[in-house]
Design a protein around this ligand. Structure first.
Ligand SMILES: [Zn+2]
Length: 164
């Protein structure tokens, strides 16, 4: 990335040497030739300075993007640090707000699958007569947070049409 630097130093040194040699020259043709060399060196130097400026702009842009990314990651880490892994008695996992940070927020659970991918997805509760589940609106994962109740057995009686 910094190849321009060696070139710029060489061009600047050559320009300095040519300028010094011009002081001692008396021959007009020789002076024109050295002035041409000097001009060429100054143009090279200008080109290298433009390259340096472009690289500097790219670096400033890259630093700005990295700073934004760092701030975003820090914000994410701060939020993630507010939650802890929780296991229901069914064995299913989710993330929940640490009790000391609960304050007046309603109890809620975050999908563990999404959380570990950096997505905070609040799970939605569904409770029926025989099941109690939490579903993730993001990845559609459904977990039982209470053991399922056994359904009552329904007897099916088959009758022959002839019985009627
Ligand atoms: Zn999910």
């Amino acid at each position: 990335m910094f190849e321009w630097f060696a070139g710029a130093v060489a061009s600047a040194n050559a320009a300095k040497d040519i300028s010094q040699s011009l002081m001692t020259l008396r021959d007009g043709e020789m002076i024109r030739s050295r002035v041409f060399d000097l001009t060429q060196n100054l143009m090279d130097l200008q080109q290298q300075l433009m390259t340096a400026q472009m690289e500097q702009m790219q670096l400033v842009d890259k630093i700005s993007k990295l700073e934004q990314q760092n701030a975003q990651l820090q914000k994410q880490a701060d939020l993630d640090g507010r939650y802890e892994l929780h296991q229901f008695e069914t064995g299913a996992f989710c993330y929940r707000l640490k009790p000391e940070l609960q304050n007046d927020q309603p109890e809620h659970f975050l999908c563990s699958k999404c959380f570990e991918r950096g997505i905070r997805s609040t799970m939605h509760q569904s409770k029926g007569s025989y099941h109690a589940t939490l579903g993730c609106p993001e990845c559609k994962q459904v977990i039982d947070y209470e053991p399922r109740k056994p359904r009552p057995r329904i007897r099916t009686v088959s009758r022959r049409i002839a019985d009627y």
